[in-house]
Ligand binder design. Sequence first.
Ligand SMILES: [Zn+2]
Length: 351
Amino acid sequence: MSSLHLRGTVLPDGDVRDIWVLGDRLTFRRPAGEVTTVHDGGFVLPGLVDAHAHLGHDAATMAFDPALFEAAGLAYAEAGTTLLRVPGHREPIPAQLRARPDLPRLVTAGPWLAWAGLSDLDELQTVPADLAAAGVAQALANDGWCKTYGDWEFDTAKVPEAVLRGLCDAVHAAGGRVAAHCQTAEGTRNAVLAGVDSIEHAWFLTPELLDVLAARGGAVTPTWTGFVPHVDVVRTKPEGPRKDWFLGGVASLRTATVEAHEAGVTVLAGTDALGYGDVVAEVEHLVAAGLAPAAAVGAACWDARRYLGFPGIEEGAPADLVAVDGDPRVSPAVLRHPSLVLLRGRTANRR
Ligand SMILES: [Zn+2]
């Protein structure tokens, strides 16, 4: 069997290299035997990442449906998004779907674990008797992550810092990491000070909190895609504290994007989609917020992969990559039209 060969400018380093694909591994050393060149010229970057995806849930009922998971996963793969972090899932992903070579690699975190003192929770959340023990169990049962909340409603109790610290300390002691939904100043503050690794939605961050987060290698996922479509509708609503909260929170995402990056926090591109999420659109939101295009692509690619423990294009790395004709560091939109997507060394797109 012939091995695949690509040549192009490899990102993020920018060196022109030859890459060969041996099964699910990349190598810079030409293998013996027959070689088929599948891409020559342009740019080659690691597979894209949606760091906040909830694929497989029915938008009306929020029930998990394996057929929806499969369809969304195939759409992600075809679009070049080969790695998904799933911070919140109603049921474990069935083993036969996890094993599918044509579906993206997964970093799951188990169900949405909520502190019992939060008000107005919906059917999505699980309220364990012992939040810390549940977080440890989910991090171990999944891919090293659990998902929780710093807050829920804007005008009801937030999760106390001590509760979140108990969870973070227990999960960290077990080698895991914690992602927390944070949409209020108090909830975000408590989550950052308590040791949460990845601040999801990341409303109302401050420069002081960003410095705390940066010092321990933390991350933020601003999930612009989940909020931007609602802004114009909310603007038409009567004045009031809920409207102020939403619009103030979305306005604060610039802090969670540009200032976070400048402070040394890892910014992650996440769509918060229940089905297929367009991570290139999220990259464009990051750019619109003021992030340099190269950094925005990194948030959906090499920086996100490194944060989640996946190498980029390196000797022996998993064979997930995207080849494009134009330079995505200049125009991220070129990522919408990959000339080639490889997932586990297999062609995942139809062009
Ligand atoms: Zn979410």
